[in-house]
Design a protein around this ligand. Sequence first.
Ligand SMILES: Cc1cc2nc3c(=O)[nH]c(=O)nc-3n(C[C@H](O)[C@H](O)[C@H](O)COP(=O)(O)OP(=O)(O)OC[C@H]3O[C@@H](n4cnc5c(N)ncnc54)[C@H](O)[C@@H]3O)c2cc1C
Length: 367
Amino acid sequence: MRADLIICGLGPAGRAVAHRALADGQSVTVIDPHPDRVWTPTYAAWADELPDWLDPAAVAATVAAPTAWAVREHRLDRAYQVLDTAALQRSLALDGARVLADRVVTVDGGTVRTATGSVHSGRVIDARGLSRSPRRAEQTAYGVILGRDLLADHPTLFMDWRPDNGAAPEEPPSFLYVVPLGPDTVLYEETCLAGRPALSPAMLRCRLEHRLRERDIPLSGTEPVERVRFPVQGGKPGRGRFGAAGGLTHPATGYSVATSLRAADTVVAGARMWTPDARAVAALRRAGLRSLLALPPRDVAIFFDAFFALPVPLQRAYLSGHDDLRGTVAAMRALFTALPPRLRGTLVTAVLGLGGAVGRGRSERST
Ligand SMILES: Cc1cc2nc3c(=O)[nH]c(=O)nc-3n(C[C@H](O)[C@H](O)[C@H](O)COP(=O)(O)OP(=O)(O)OC[C@H]3O[C@@H](n4cnc5c(N)ncnc54)[C@H](O)[C@@H]3O)c2cc1C
């Protein structure tokens, strides 16, 4: 069967492309084993990353200037938005698409074969996400959802690396993430940014409970819980792949949703996403992840302190500039210059790929 566009996978990336292609008048077939599965993760993004066409109802909360704590407190003058995940999914409507509950078995050029034996041809977008693998660094987190009425104060903390979570200085670090989910609730989440292996949910739960005790935030034990685990490495640009499968996950943050939403129109138009600049940025970001994995635990907060002290345009270039090569290089250079010499040495070794011993030492830590 033919369609203008055949989209494999209905996560945020596949659904965004399907939705925008339908708006563009294209015929669309979407294939996912569970096309009606309701998304539940808490998605968030910088406001300036989200596309203009996004339904405002998909935004649950906006924070004008979140805080980051590393060694010191930093106010980030860049609006941050928490999405209403269910509303986001609904807003990426698929009216008019042919939706198949099936599993894609092979993608061969413009032909897709499914587990039930159906064959489809057209322009194929492979947005099947990333599978877990011990070779891929992952992000993990454990969070609880608290009522705002229980909290005297509920700052938005993009990252809080303060050492009040009970972890010993030589243990792999984790940070606290605090965001409003709407007018009534707040998510407190202890997060392992990237690890191979990443910290276990049980360890993160222990650290979160320790931190909240230290901050006099009471837990009843009946709070709704969010568990996070997904690869931040992997995916290959090009050949019709998109979203996490297409290498759009930022390896140093794990974010891809806003980038996929924003890039959906480029894909629909058949324009080139992976320019030479975008590929160079991806290589630099991979080097950034190697650096992060190589840092001794006690240096991680120092690294982020230097990062959050950068001017916001440089932070933006590094975190969101998918094809902003000049900005990414400028951000990395400024960060490098701001770091103490001891950290610079570690980063150079990691970036040049010479840091096997350091990287393995970190990744083999039992969690
Ligand atoms: C709790 C949690 C919180 C998160 N918070 C954020 C955040 O704040 N911001 C952010 O940017 N990211 C966040 N992430 C990461 C984010 O979920 C992923 O980056 C994002 O889902 C990737 O989107 P995707 O559409 O590329 O792939 P996926 O979401 O993995 O979707 C892939 C789709 O393909 C389908 N599929 C798989 N195999 C096949 C097959 N053989 N045939 C057909 N279909 C198939 C799957 O069923 C799935 O629907 C979070 C993740 C979790 C778990």
